[in-house]
Design a binder for this molecule. Structure first.
Ligand SMILES: NC(=O)c1ccc[n+]([C@@H]2O[C@H](COP(=O)([O-])OP(=O)(O)OC[C@H]3O[C@@H](n4cnc5c(N)ncnc54)[C@H](OP(=O)(O)O)[C@@H]3O)[C@@H](O)[C@H]2O)c1
Length: 221
């Protein structure tokens, strides 16, 4: 099984790398600029590839000719919450977060389009913060908008790729203790990733483009 993971040098991405190496997969772990903890993993089945998803250049290094699973995990939150308020959020912040969190996964899929085959799965990591239905607290304009847009991009991908037998789902990892959350959160990386890996394994039980949490529950759009 060939697995490509973006944003794989820390946090949930690194957790996914360990999860799929342990499952015996060949893993292409993509990192923006610093391989970080990936350098310390000595496994013949691990391939490290530099890939900044905010740029159009594409990856620096080889990726597999056939991709069985792509996890579009790379993402940013942007500046702290109080700088994403109605009063203070700036256009350049909106655009930067949108570029990484929404356009990034689209770029990656466009680049790999010829490498998906019938049976391939694409998992786009969004966030419950990107659910319009779940938004009861407002604020966080850049992150919420970018992750909501990713849900839509993921749904269109799911519809467009279904005739090729490629199944696309959108994931919510839960509130996880990583750098992004300043190590606050309800669950650790291992629990989140183990749950999402189970959802991915059952991806075809969900409708194309379904938005699914780490515990298998559907997130309303
Ligand atoms: N943690 C949570 O509670 C939570 C909840 C909902 C959704 N999520 C989503 O889950 C995903 C992973 O989050 P995390 O908690 O693991 O965050 P994290 O610890 O901040 O890690 C983010 C990862 O994304 C990478 N990245 C950022 N910009 C990139 C770019 N332009 N190109 C390639 N890689 C880039 C980072 O690489 P560098 O080290 O090079 O910066 C890092 O590897 C994100 O999409 C996030 O929005 C997280």
């Amino acid at each position: 099984m060939n697995v490509v993971i973006t944003g794989a040098n820390r946090g949930l991405g690194l957790g996914f790398v360990k999860q799929y190496l342990n499952r015996g997969a060949e893993v292409w772990a993509c990192y923006r600029s610093d391989a970080g903890a990936l350098s310390g993993i000595d496994k013949r089945t691990l391939h490290r590839v530099r890939w900044d998803v905010a740029r159009d250049d594409g990856p620096v290094g080889d990726l597999p000719n056939a991709v069985d699973l792509l996890i579009n995990n790379a993402g940013i939150y942007g500046p702290p919450k109080d700088e994403q308020s109605l009063e203070r959020v700036r256009a350049d912040v909106m655009l930067e977060v949108f570029n990484v969190d929404c356009v990034g996964p689209l770029r990656v899929v466009q680049h790999l389009l010829d490498r998906f085959t019938a049976g391939s799965v694409i998992a786009n990591v969004s966030s419950k913060m990107g659910s319009v239905a779940d938004n009861t607290s407002g604020g966080t304009y850049a992150y919420r908008a970018a992750k909501a847009a990713l849900v839509m991009v993921s749904k269109s991908m799911a519809i467009d790729l279904a005739p090729r037998g490629v199944h696309v789902i959108t994931l919510h990892p839960g509130w996880v203790r990583t750098d992004m959350t300043a190590h606050q959160g309800l669950i650790d990386v291992q629990s989140s990733v183990a749950g999402m890996a189970e959802v991915i394994a059952q991806a075809r039980d969900y409708e194309p483009g379904a938005f699914v949490a780490f515990d298998g529950r559907l997130i309303p759009y």
